[in-house]
Design a protein around this ligand. Structure first.
Ligand code: FE
Ligand code: CA
Length: 517
């Protein structure tokens, strides 16, 4: 054998050994059929995500008693069948398979179904013994070279379970959409006794079992399950999936980095187990790559960004968000929100993209929301305002990308925002290079009207900024224009609330700025 063949042979041996290590013990303890006496395994519903031109991810997690140890399951593997078809009756184009899930993954099931026709709806379900899951509906993206007439999506974030009912998800579930884009604060680890209409189970999560229980609480909401079952989701995260205001390995609660990374490991693992992300995104220790890129034919390209895992610690006082004025450290060019590697990856992607709509989905508000005072601007250190050089690099990359429109989409701040993005914020002579839409929270409460008035008065590039209502943003992109409808309700604490259009905005193709629609 020459060296190349010897290496290939060794590679095969290693692969066989790895496979044995993965599946050997599971085979020794062969996957059990679903024992009916354990109850309904599909209490957490079904979901799909990551729509590609030829594949989609379908998800469930077996948990007959989501808040019992092990989800109410014995610590052994279980076999689950899945089916995906062109129609709701599962009579045409049916694909099926079996997935063996284990206690190590919380009995979660992630199947990336390959080889699908592009640009069409699909239906899916899971079967364990006699138990059949609800039917989910999903969709593949159009082929990369197709010319779809539109992309319709719901932009949502910040769904504190205790602070309201998911009227936004009830509406999203009923709408004709291509995808849901969720940009962070999927769970809240923390409790706020104010505005509490229902309660989290158990304590603030720190262990894997506790984060699993917290995710289960959210998934037990019928409106959230309905929104997952109705559309494919594309996700990124913010801070509350782990801990409020964390930055990389730095914890605001004062844990040392090693201890915090153990907590982050548990949080990322539970996040993976409960969301319809690709099986290849399974965390490795304390790391999970969530930033990604999607395409919608020739119409749009979407980058999902990770603004937490690689970020520099907040300025002037260590980890944690705080109101700052006169902090020179914010302007240190070494400070980053995305981290060097992700910044470069995004800038290269933007420069190479030929599509007319470039969507940047990230957790927070990119436009300035600091407040002018006689002694200088007061800013909140956890947002992009606390990382002005990183923001300039991102705006420079957008400006350099040339051709097409960039829309920055965000959440986190619990307010509907429409803004012009200038290459240099706060400089009226600087050109507008992009438009921004930030969705209000599904439930989480926002800033007072007094503070919002000061923010609006200090930032003329904010065309709209209202924190008094909860909801989501509906977006429709066509070759001609991007329309944004801020859906909202003032009554998140009333179950069955309906939403109204708070304001509508438009971005015309070929013009970077945003205007009232
Ligand atoms: Fe939030
Ligand atoms: Ca947040």
């Amino acid at each position: 054998m020459d060296r190349r063949h010897a290496l290939a042979h060794l590679g095969r041996q290693a692969a066989a050994l790895a496979l044995w290590q993965l599946f050997g013990p599971a085979q020794a303890q062969s996957p059990a059929r679903w024992p009916a006496h354990l109850g309904d395994p599909f209490t957490l519903g079904v979901a799909s995500g990551m729509p590609r031109a030829d594949s989609v991810v379908i998800w469930t997690r077996l948990a007959p008693q989501p808040h019992a140890p092990g989800g109410g399951l014995p610590p052994q593997p279980f076999a689950v069948r899945w089916e995906l078809a062109e129609d709701e009756r599962f009579s045409a184009g049916v694909r099926r398979g079996e997935f063996v899930t284990t206690p190590e993954r919380g009995h979660a099931v992630h199947v990336e179904v390959p080889g699908l026709a592009s640009g069409r709806p699909w239906f899916y379900r899971f079967i364990a013994g006699d138990a059949v899951s609800p039917v989910g509906r999903t969709r593949t993206a159009p082929a990369d070279d197709a010319t779809p007439g539109r992309l319709r999506l719901a932009l949502a974030s910040c769904q504190h379970y205790e602070q309201g009912w998911y009227a936004a998800h009830a509406e999203i579930a009923e709408r004709d959409l291509d995808l849901v884009l969720f940009v962070g604060d999927y769970i809240y680890e923390s409790t706020n006794p104010r505005h509490r209409v229902r309660e989290h189970e158990g304590p603030v999560p720190r262990s894997l079992a506790e984060y699993r229980a917290r995710h289960a609480t959210y998934k037990l909401d019928a409106d959230l399950r309905a929104a997952h079952a109705a559309h494919p989701w594309v996700l990124t995260w913010d801070d509350h999936e782990v801990e409020n205001d964390y930055a990389g390995d730095a914890s605001p609660s004062g844990l040392d980095p090693a201890a915090f990374l153990r907590r982050r490991t548990a949080a990322y693992q539970a996040y993976f187990e409960h969301l319809p992300v690709s099986p290849s995104m399974a965390p490795r220790g304390a790391s999970m790559r969530i930033h990604d890129r999607f395409r919608w034919g020739r119409l749009a390209e979407l980058w999902t960004l990770d603004a937490r895992q690689y970020r520099s610690v907040q300025a002037c006082g260590g980890a944690g968000g705080r109101v700052l004025s006169g902090c020179d450290e914010v302007a240190d060019p070494a400070r980053s929100v995305l981290g060097t590697a992700q910044e470069r990856w995004l800038a290269e992607g933007l420069a190479a993209s030929q599509r007319p709509w470039k969507l940047l989905a990230q957790a927070s508000q990119l436009s300035d929301s600091s407040i002018a005072t006689p002694i200088g601007r007061r800013l909140y250190s956890d947002g992009w305002d606390g990382y002005p050089r990183a923001r300039e690099r991102l705006l420079d990359a957008i400006a350099a990308s040339g051709g097409g429109n960039t829309l920055v989409l965000g959440g986190d701040v619990h307010r509907h925002v429409a803004a012009q993005l200038r290459q240099r914020p706060d400089d009226p002579r600087s050109p507008v290079v992009a438009a921004e839409f930030v969705c209000s929270s599904v439930t989480s409460r926002g800033l007072s009207e007094t503070l919002m008035g000061a923010i609006r008065a200090s930032n003329p590039d904010l065309l709209h900024a209202r924190a008094d209502e909860r909801g989501y943003a509906w977006l429709e992109l066509t070759p001609q224009a991007a329309h944004c409808d801020f859906r909202a309700t003032p009554y998140p604490a009333r179950s069955g609330a309906t939403l109204h259009s708070q304001a509508r905005f438009v971005v015309e193709a070929g013009r970077p700025g945003v205007a009232r629609d």
